[in-house]
Design a protein around this ligand. Structure first.
Ligand SMILES: CC(C)(COP(=O)(O)OP(=O)(O)OC[C@H]1O[C@@H](n2cnc3c(N)ncnc32)[C@H](O)[C@@H]1OP(=O)(O)O)[C@@H](O)C(=O)NCCC(=O)NCCS
Length: 150
C-alpha cells in the first residue's frame, strides 16, 4: 500500500467525502446522502475508509452482526487506484473485524456482470447462492447473492 494511505475507522466528519467518493465509484447509482448518513449512524462501527490525508479514496461498509450474520453493504476504491490490491485489503480488514466479533456468516450482493468484484469475492471465499436474482434492486437491476462462512 502506498505509504501515505491509511485504512482507518470512519468518523462523522467524513460524511461529505464519503458522499463524493460513493458517487465517483458508483456513477450510475450512488447511495443518496441520507442513506449514507443513516449507514454512518447505524453501522459506523463497521465502516472503514482509505484516507490519503486530504481525501477519501475508498471505503467498505458492513452491518453490525444479527444472529452471527453480517452483510457487506458497500465496497469502493476510487477509479484511479483500482487494481492495486486495495479493495482486497479493505475486504480482508473488515472480515477480520467481523471474525473477531464472532460473526459466522457474511452475505453480499453484486451486479452479476461486475467481473472484478465477483472475482475478488470468490478469491476471498465467497460462493454464489444460486443464480442471479432478477430485478432484485428494481427493474433490470439483477443481483447475485454470495455468502462466506467465516
Ligand atoms: C470492485 C473494487 C472494490 C475492487 O477493488 P480493487 O482495489 O480494484 O481490487 P484489487 O486490486 O484488490 O483486486 C482484487 C481482485 O479483483 C480482481 N481484479 C482486480 N482488477 C481487475 C480487473 N481490472 N479485471 C478483472 N479482475 C480484476 C482480481 O481477481 C484481483 O485479484 P488479485 O489480487 O489476485 O489480482 C473496485 O474495482 C471498485 O471500487 N469498483 C467500483 C465499485 C464496485 O463495483 N464495487 C463493488 C460493488 S459489489
Amino acid at each position: 500500500m502506498p505509504p501515505l494511505l491509511q485504512i482507518r475507522a470512519v468518523t462523522e466528519a467524513d460524511l461529505p467525502e464519503l458522499v463524493r467518493l460513493d458517487a465517483e465509484a458508483f456513477p450510475s447509482g450512488p447511495y443518496p446522502y441520507f442513506v449514507l448518513r443513516q449507514f454512518l449512524d447505524a453501522y459506523g462501527d463497521h465502516m472503514l475508509v482509505l484516507d490519503d490525508g486530504a481525501s477519501l479514496l475508498g471505503y467498505v461498509l458492513a452491518t453490525a452482526p444479527n444472529r452471527d450474520l453480517s452483510w457487506i453493504l458497500s465496497l469502493a476504491i476510487t477509479p484511479g487506484l483500482q487494481g492495486q490490491g486495495l479493495g482486497r485489503r479493505m475486504m480482508s480488514e473488515i472480515l477480520d473485524h467481523l471474525r473477531s466479533e464472532g460473526v459466522k456468516e457474511v452475505w453480499l450482493t453484486v451486479e452479476p456482470g461486475n467481473d472484478t468484484a465477483v472475482l475478488l469475492y470468490r478469491s476471498l471465499g465467497f460462493a454464489p447462492e444460486g443464480t442471479p436474482r432478477k430485478d432484485y434492486f428494481g427493474p433490470h437491476q439483477h443481483r447475485l447473492r454470495m455468502a462466506l462462512l467465516l
